[in-house]
Design a binder for this molecule. Structure first.
Ligand SMILES: *Cc1c(COP(=O)(O)O)cnc(C)c1O
Length: 350
């Protein structure tokens, strides 16, 4: 019997980390433990209510101009969206239209295979080695596109710009997306490659380093032709993706670079302290250049530690797939006090 069910698009959705209602120590979604710049607060408290009557600027001019200035690129190289998830989804639709599979690591941001399935893009996942490093030879054959986060998530492992330049230079037949969600926490950006190559696009977010996950701001930097195609797809979907308030606070955050750099330095310092303490407790982990640590304990199960921490009101992230990371926990870097409490809790549990 034919039913409407045969005409439905069915997918297995991405599962975001839990957002508990009660007050907990929340180290499970890589949010920044510090609030955004006070300038952001000022802008929000001075919003003119009457301005909300009108649709927001569909071209997002002010924010795009501020981002272009911040990164010293022409504004024709900048695209903005509702968090980098929106920018990435739009990029998949725009750039990945080959019959050949797109390539990305087996251990990486778990949204990539969800978008590929949703948009019916063929893909191949390339195995990271035992140290969670990318084998560049896996990315040498012609393909429909490549997406890699740098640093990678959830491992925190970063590769140098030259590594990505080799990949980009080897693939004139497709677009390479570099997802720099965590680049501000101590690795080098590939934005410079967009001057030299027309097939690379860099995706960034305000959610982690800029402490503004609640606002949903993401952006891409690439050559003007790629940005034009990306905008065409966006305007074929929803003209008004960014709201008036968000556009304004996005600019304000960029205007307070001193505050931004100081909070990043705080997170990095706490991360390095946490690494030392975790190692003392019998954890091993790849060297993270992000605002989280991906750690495995020498004797205790990740599921056990996850559950025990939760009982104590400390939330971390546990991925059960793929199988070879099932014994790891991804621990976001909180404030010094939060990390001290984490270490104390772990001492009790282990
Ligand atoms: C958090 C994250 C994103 C999504 O960020 P939003 O801007 O909040 O949508 C994208 N890519 C990676 C690798 C991330 O960890």
């Amino acid at each position: 019997m034919t039913t409407w069910k045969s005409n439905i698009r069915t997918v297995v959705p991405y599962t975001p980390g839990e957002q508990p209602k009660q007050k907990v120590i929340k180290l499970n979604t890589n949010e920044n433990p510090y609030p955004p710049s006070p300038l952001v607060g000022k802008v929000i408290s001075s919003i003119d209510l009457d301005s909300l009557r009108k649709y927001p600027d569909p071209t997002c001019d002010n924010l795009i101009e501020a981002l272009a200035k911040y990164h010293s690129v022409d504004k024709s190289k900048v695209f903005v969206g509702v968090g980098s998830d929106d920018v990435l989804a739009m990029s998949f639709i725009t750039f990945f239209n080959s019959k050949l599979p797109i390539l990305f690591p087996d251990i990486t941001y778990s949204f990539y295979d969800v978008w590929a399935d949703l948009f019916r893009i063929p893909y191949e996942q390339k195995l990271l080695d035992d140290d969670f490093k990318i084998n560049i030879d896996d990315y040498s054959k012609p393909c429909g596109g490549i997406i890699i986060p740098n640093p990678n998530a959830p491992t925190g492992v970063a590769e140098p710009v030259e590594f990505f330049e080799k990949i980009v230079a080897a693939h004139p037949e497709c677009v390479v997306i570099i997802d720099e969600a965590y680049v501000d926490f101590g690795s080098n950006s590939c934005i410079g490659l967009t001057d030299k190559y027309d097939n690379v696009i860099i995706v960034r977010t305000y959610s982690k380093s800029r402490s503004m996950a609640g606002n949903r701001i993401g952006y891409a930097i690439g050559n003007p032709e790629l940005i034009k195609y990306l905008s065409d797809c966006k305007f074929s979907f929803n003209s008004y993706t960014m709201d008036t308030i968000t556009l304004a606070v996005g600019v304000a955050s960029l205007e307070d670079d001193e505050y931004f750099k100081a909070r990043i330095a705080d997170v990095i310092k706490t991360r390095e302290w946490t690494k030392g303490k975790l190692a003392e407790l019998g954890f091993s982990f790849p060297d993270s250049k992000s605002n989280f640590i991906f750690a495995k304990h020498e004797s205790k199960d990740a599921t056990y530690i996850f559950e025990e921490l939760k009982k104590k009101g400390i939330y971390v992230r546990h991925f059960s797939k793929p199988e070879r990371i099932a014994n790891y926990l991804r621990i976001s870097i909180g404030t010094d006090e939060e990390m001290q409490q984490l270490i104390e809790a772990l001492r009790d549990i282990l």
